[in-house]
Structure formats: C-alpha cells, structure tokens
Design a protein around this ligand. Structure first.
Ligand code: C2E
Ligand code: CA
Ligand code: CA
Ligand code: CA
Length: 280
C-alpha cells in the first residue's frame, strides 16, 4: 500500500510539473503572438431588444496559434494576466477595436458603439497608458460615449481602490462602464451606485434557464427592475432562443446578445451585417 501511495504521489507531482511546463510554453508563445500578428478580434452584435437593431459590438479576442490552432481566451487570458502580458494585449484590443469602430461609424452607422473587455489586472497595472489611449480616441474622432469597458464583478471587488480611481479617469472621458457576468459575484447595489456603472450584463447562466416556472425568471425580472431604478441599462448575454428573448423583452431588458442574434463574427461578416442593416 505504501509503494502504491508513493507512486500516486509521483504521478501527481509529474502532473503538476507538466502543467507548469505547459504554462511556461504558452507564456513564451504568447510573447511571440503579438509580434507575429496571431491575435485577432471577433465582433459579436449587441441588439436593442425593442427594435432588434444592432447598436453595438463586443470585441472578443482570439489567438490563432501556429501549432495548437485557435486557443480560446479563457485559456490564454489568465496566462497573460499572470505574466504581465495582459497590458500589451489590452493595448492591442483597445486600439484595434476602436480603429475598426471609427471606420464602421463613418461607413455604416454613425452612432455605432464598441464594448471592450478589460482585465482588472490591466486596470491595476502601473503601465496602463491611459493618456495615450485618450489621445488615440481623440485622433480617431470618437466620442468617449461610443466606448464601453466591460469589467467583471468579482475582480472589481478585489481591487476596489486602484480600479475605481482608474475607472473615474475613463468616465471623465465619457467612456461607459459595464459590469460583466452580473449575478455571479457578490456586488451589493450600493456598491454599483458608488462606482457609477452604466450597464450591467446579466450572466449567461441566468439567461440559460430563463423559462416559465424557473427561479431564474423571477431573478431576471428583479435584476432588471432594480437596475432601472438605479438608472442602469441592462444587457442580457447568452440569449439563444426566441423564448428567452421574449421574456427579457417583456421585462423591459434594454439590450441583448447571443447566438439567437449572431455568434462572434469576423470583420467581413460584421461588415455585411452593418451593410444590410443600412439598407433597411
Ligand atoms: P465574456 O466577456 O463573458 O464574453 C461572452 C462569452 O460568451 C464569449 O466567449 C462569447 O463568445 C460567448 N457567447 C456569446 N453569446 C453566447 C451564446 O448565446 N451562447 C453561448 N454558449 N456563449 C455565448 P469567448 O469569446 O470565448 O470569451 C470568453 C471570455 O474571455 C469572455 O467572457 C471574457 O471574459 C474573456 N475575453 C474575451 N476577449 C477578451 C479581451 O479582449 N480582453 C480580455 N481581458 N478578456 C477577454
Ligand atoms: Ca464581456
Ligand atoms: Ca459575460
Ligand atoms: Ca465570462
């Protein structure tokens, strides 16, 4: 029994070792990824639930790894956060998506908006070149109001002071703040008010079970009416069925996003959608 136990331990530590080697190799590759243009953005439509019109896109990052193929953000964003590469990646996301937004606004929809995911590690990092970002925004002729930053509820709680100071600077530029994955963390309502949030995004897990007789239906209704009392707009994410959309619409949910409307799209497909909407 003793030797069996030892073997098991050996196996366990080998496994841990493998994981750290794997992580190190991902980190090294990620360092190259930016230089080699392996990172790119997809754009998922966010629609006005009353009119069904596309009003903004959420930029979602992808990594085309030369050997592994597409690596999902849930895999490499944590690696980027741990290694500090998140600042450089965040800079890429900000500039690339806003360059795209400026172009689309001038060609297709002058009031189109862009939503960008921002890591709290990035917000807390001393090398966040915020002034450079604001210059960039001005050079593109984009009003701050056309940009939203999406931050997750949990991380916000852990980095309160630094993050809320940074957010204030963005808000001074008119940039909107959206609280992502709402309902999965612990934020108190008073807290939302203090941080001066503009949008909350109801997490996909609530929308998934949004059916007659399910607790999620009451929860969504309560979240939406609460948010509206606080003058917050509500975006529901992960809408996959007409039924979910109808219930959210009935509750007065402002915006919606999900496979029912469109998956995250490459530039050409997003452009085709913008063009078709312009014809309506
Ligand atoms: P998130 O911000 O909550 O993004 C929504 C995720 O849900 C996206 O996954 C999107 O593709 C997926 N999704 C959208 N509609 C549906 C639907 O109807 N059904 C289902 N099942 N899924 C749907 P994705 O693109 O894999 O991104 C995963 C997470 O990675 C994001 O979650 C976000 O936290 C992070 N992420 C993505 N892009 C960036 C980025 O540029 N910077 C940072 N810091 N994080 C990013
Ligand atoms: Ca998001
Ligand atoms: Ca989310
Ligand atoms: Ca998420």
């Amino acid at each position: 029994a003793k030797s069996k136990g030892r073997n098991r331990w050996c196996f366990f530590s080998f496994d841990l070792h493998q994981k750290s080697v794997e992580r190190q190799s991902l980190t090294n590759d990620l360092r190259q990824a930016l230089a080699n243009d392996e990172l790119f953005l997809l754009y998922q439509p966010i629609v006005d639930l009353k009119t069904n019109r596309l009003v903004k896109f959420e930029a979602l990052i992808r990594w085309q790894h030369p050997v592994r193929g597409i690596v999902p953000p849930d895999t490499f964003i944590p690696v980027a956060e741990e290694s500090g590469l998140i600042s450089e990646i965040g800079d890429f996301v900000f500039k690339q998506s806003l360059r795209q937004l400026a172009q689309w606004r001038s060609h297709y929809a002058h009031d189109l908006m862009m939503s960008i995911n921002i890591s709290p590690y990035q917000l807390a990092a001393p090398d966040l070149h915020m002034v450079g970002w604001f210059d960039f925004l001005h050079k593109l002729g984009l009003p701050g109001e056309s940009v939203s930053l999406e931050i997750t509820e949990n991380m916000l709680m852990h980095h309160t002071d630094v993050v809320s100071a940074q957010l204030l600077a963005f808000r001074d530029q008119g940039i909107n703040v959206a609280l992502d994955d709402f309902g999965t963390g612990y934020s108190a309502l008073a807290y939302l008010n203090r941080l001066d949030i503009d949008y909350i995004k109801i997490d996909r897990s609530f929308v998934k079970d949004l059916l007659e007789g399910h607790m999620e239906k009451d929860l969504c209704e309560a979240i939406i009416s609460m948010a509206h009392k606080l003058s917050l707009k509500v975006i529901a994410e992960g809408i996959e069925t007409e039924q979910q959309a109808a219930i959210l619409q009935q509750f007065g949910c402002d915006l919606g996003q999900g496979y029912l409307f469109a998956k995250p799209l490459p530039v050409e497909d997003a452009e085709a959608l913008l063009a078709s909407q312009m014809m309506e």
